[in-house]
Write a new protein. Structure first.
Length: 339
């Protein structure tokens, strides 16, 4: 029995990329006729998935969308995925979801896998600033939308929040409530969200002429566990901050966990703010910034489906949403000293 050929095998035999093979199978008019002819000749010769491709050839697409997130356990991504899934369903598409754990190699592997499975387009929610997979797919005009994060280069479509403004709003809020010794626990410096939020924090501190201390800036992975470890390190020192800005709600929840272990009251002994406005943030009364993640997902699907169905060169749509400051009990005004 002849071994079933994969999309990667077809690409290798035809001398093209696997994304080009996918576009040919989806009858994308952007592929040059001679290239499409060569690919289809290899498909026929290798009898590539003939039993499964009949419907796709007939209608021109699979009505599948691939969604790559960092960690579906993170409530931010769960809410984002819900917005994507709901809008996709309205437009007649199904969504395949994969978690990358913020690993570049995992993103590359999952992207190749879902493209080989026949998705019509991709939504990437976990790209790094220089992500090679996103760069390659965008340069090849494969239907692609980035959400939450974006590339350093202005390439491809994306839907993001104004992270700098959001971080400024949070930092100014703490300053106006009487806090000046404010630390920030941010993410890795190869992610747009971490870089931009740190810039917003620095801007607010500089504009208020507040000097940073040795412990003021900590870089960790965007996780509750890492937020806990960083907060324990900061708060166990000889001097510690009056407030901590966790650069996402997951990190901020880790900070609150550390405060409980150290028997610090939030607020009172320590003010804490986050970024995302997830369901967890609402339950613990955490001051944060709303990313409107459901709306971000909804918009990302609309842009992607337009790119898929128009079958034309897509130069990129870039949407930056306005952040909204959500004030709760975790950042109440600093208590005035008695006496």
């Amino acid at each position: 029995m002849k071994k079933k050929q994969t999309l990667r095998d077809i690409a290798r035999l035809a001398g093209v990329s696997h994304t080009t093979v996918s576009r040919v199978l989806n009858k994308d008019i952007r592929v040059k006729p001679q290239t499409a002819k060569r690919v289809l000749a290899v498909v026929e010769e290798q009898q590539y998935r003939l039993h499964g491709l009949a419907r796709r050839f007939a209608r021109g697409r699979s009505n599948l969308i691939g969604l790559l997130v960092s960690d579906i356990k993170n409530p931010f991504y769960a809410e984002l995925a819900r917005g994507i899934e709901d809008q996709a369903k309205k437009l007649g598409y199904m969504v395949i979801i994969c978690s990358t754990d913020d690993r570049v190699d995992a993103l590359s592997h999952h992207a190749e896998t879902v493209i080989e499975a026949g998705v019509d387009g991709l939504i990437l929610a976990s790209v790094t600033l220089e992500d090679p997979t996103a760069h390659k797919l965008a340069s090849e005009a494969f239907p692609l939308v980035m959400v939450n994060r974006r590339l350093k280069a202005e390439i491809g479509s994306y839907v993001v929040i104004d992270n700098r403004q959001g971080a400024c709003l949070l930092t100014y809020h703490l300053i106006q409530n009487g806090y000046r010794d404010i630390a920030i626990i941010t993410g890795p410096d190869d992610m747009s969200t971490a870089v931009e939020r740190l810039e917003g924090y620095r801007q607010a501190m500089e504009e208020n002429q507040i000097a940073l201390k040795a412990y003021s800036i900590q870089h960790v992975n965007f996780s509750r566990q890492e937020g806990f470890k960083a907060a324990m390190k900061i708060l166990a020192g000889k001097s510690c901050p009056e407030a901590i800005f966790g650069c996402n709600d997951y990190i901020a929840l880790g900070v609150m966990d550390a405060a409980r272990v150290l028997k610090l009251n939030v607020p009172g002994d320590l003010a804490v703010v986050g970024f995302d406005d997830t369901e967890f943030a609402r339950s613990v009364r955490l001051t944060t910034v709303s990313q409107r993640q459901y709306k971000m997902g909804d918009l990302a699907v609309q842009i992607l489906v337009q790119s898929i169905e128009k079958k034309q060169e897509h130069l990129g749509r870039r949407i930056v949403l306005e952040p909204e400051l959500i004030i709760r009990e975790s950042s109440q005004p600093k208590a005035k000293p008695r006496g």
